[in-house]
Design a protein around this ligand. Structure first.
Ligand SMILES: [Mg+2]
Length: 156
């Protein structure tokens, strides 16, 4: 079973220490991890979580999406963002990290979807933290994947 926590705000430094990653490069998903499908801008709660996480970690936003809604999150947080990342396939993430001279061995993936975020982590051979999606998905394909995922996810 894949373990899942209730929300991003439940994750703290101890979770990263437990993974052996006290100073990590966090690859954080946007849709339904940081930004609800029903919001246009990131909330102050998520902004605060990111600020706290930046005390110990570097952060790269990583999304398969490509609209202004997602790029605004990067602007609001003043963080780098890899759009159209082709998760779960690792090739674009790998080449981005190489270009940035970032250490793949420090990466921890944070996201809300097993078929994209967790699979990416497995393909990269890196740890992940799966969180419950913030809200109900708008797209039927994502809803379909949620049904499949629910068979292998265990909520903590
Ligand atoms: Mg997501």
């Amino acid at each position: 079973m894949i373990k899942r926590v209730a929300s991003l705000s439940q994750l703290n430094q101890q979770n990263f220490i437990d993974l052996g990653c006290s100073h990590a490069l966090l690859l954080i998903d946007i849709d339904n991890t940081l930004l609800s499908p029903y919001d246009q801008r990131i909330s102050s709660q998520e902004i605060q979580w990111i600020k706290n996480a930046q005390v110990d970690h570097q952060i790269l936003l990583c999304t398969n999406n490509f609209t202004k809604r997602q790029s605004n999150v990067g602007v609001d947080l003043n963080l780098p963002i890899l759009m159209r990342s082709f998760k779960p396939f690792p090739f674009k993430v790998r080449s981005y990290l190489k270009r940035q001279k970032a250490d793949l061995n420090s990466v921890v993936i944070i996201g809300d979807q097993a078929v994209t975020d967790v699979l990416l982590a497995l393909w990269l051979g890196r740890p992940y933290l799966l969180i419950k999606p913030m809200d109900v998905d708008k797209h039927w394909i994502t809803r379909f994947f949620r049904i499949l995922e629910s068979k292998v996810i265990h909520d903590e």
